[in-house]
Design a protein around this ligand. Structure first.
Ligand SMILES: NC(=O)c1ccc[n+]([C@@H]2O[C@H](COP(=O)([O-])OP(=O)(O)OC[C@H]3O[C@@H](n4cnc5c(N)ncnc54)[C@H](OP(=O)(O)O)[C@@H]3O)[C@@H](O)[C@H]2O)c1
Length: 292
């Protein structure tokens, strides 16, 4: 049986939908925190069990009978994320899985200026020591993350942020397809994968240019210092911890941590991955914005 965690989330739900096109539902299980959110999967014959990475005792039940487990990294910040993700990896091994997969990040590094990359590096190291065949999917940066800039860009015609750098904006759908390949094509991805990214890395100036072309409006990128941005963000009501988290992202991106692309995803998909334009079109469409 294949077990997928995080199956109610954006990535996990896409992975499960794709898996259901190639694996019988009876051979698929999901580990979710709230089974009511996965009722539609249960109705289709998928085994749905509840577990929380922060309550390790719950994980054995959700991973019972697993041959492979895909641990979708939990959306948790700080040291707690390392504890939670490694607990899920340990539970997969304890359940007897012969292949444990983990959704890491293209920029996973113990030295990263962006804390989630340190978490991923720790999870990868833990996985490598776990004693079972493993795959750490080094996913590119979610293109959907750009949504955070859209409201202000559309309202003011500006993306006002600290200096940044190019980022390997990659679509959830393509990363979900890669995860399914890793689960269903033996040996396709073994160990720590190469960066699984779209073909180009774009900075926010490039993104502003794309948004201008797609919307027919003038959208420009305005650079402010870290401190100016921090002060303005807190004045807008953002919690300081959230602001500092985002500042880590800008600092990491401008030192080039996300400026990495590789043909590995294209090779696995046997096609070019989606560019950031496709995701921007969808995000704009979701906001009811007409796109050129
Ligand atoms: N590559 C990137 O650029 C990038 C960017 C942001 C995040 N990420 C990582 O990729 C993961 C998946 O992304 P996504 O877009 O699917 O995010 P998402 O839609 O926010 O989903 C987050 C997932 O984390 C799960 N989760 C949170 N706390 C948990 C806990 N205590 N125990 C078990 N599961 C827990 C949630 O489970 P429930 O469904 O049960 O709520 C949910 O499925 C994120 O969680 C994050 O670690 C990667």
């Amino acid at each position: 049986m294949i077990i997928v965690t995080g199956a109610s989330g954006n990535l996990g739900s896409r992975i499960v939908e794709r898996l259901l096109t190639v694996v019988p539902a009876a051979e698929l299980g999901v580990s979710v925190r709230d089974a009511t959110r996965a009722r539609a999967l249960a109705d289709r014959g998928v085994r749905v069990r509840e577990a929380d990475f922060t309550a390790p005792a719950s994980l054995g039940y959700s991973m019972e009978g697993a041959d492979q487990v895909l641990v979708v990294s939990a959306e948790i910040r700080g040291d707690a994320a390392v504890v939670a993700n490694t607990a899920a990896i340990d539970a997969a091994v304890a359940a007897g899985a012969s292949h444990v997969l983990y959704t890491s990040h293209q920029a996973a590094s113990a030295d990263s200026l962006f804390p989630p990359q340190v978490v991923h590096a720790a999870a990868e190291a833990h996985l490598a020591r776990a004693g079972v065949p493993f795959t750490a999917l080094r996913n590119g940066f979610y293109a959907a993350s750009l949504d955070v800039h859209l409201a202000a860009a559309l309202a003011t015609g500006q993306i006002v942020v600290p200096p940044d750098g190019p980022v390997s904006w990659t679509a959830h759908d393509d990363l979900a397809e890669a995860a399914v390949i890793a689960l269903t094509r033996p040996g396709a991805f073994a160990g720590i994968t190469p960066p699984l990214t779209a073909g180009v890395a774009l900075d926010l100036g490039d993104v502003a240019g794309l948004l201008s072309r797609l919307t027919g409006r003038s959208i420009v990128r305005v650079t402010v210092s870290d401190e100016e941005w921090r002060t303005a963000s807190i004045a807008r009501g953002l919690p300081p911890a959230v602001v500092d988290f985002s500042l880590g992202l800008f600092r990491a991106s401008r030192q080039g941590e996300f400026d990495v692309v590789s043909p590995a995803l294209a090779h696995a998909l046997c096609r070019a991955p989606q560019g950031v334009e496709e995701t921007l079109r969808r995000l704009l469409g979701d906001r009811g914005i007409a796109v050129a």
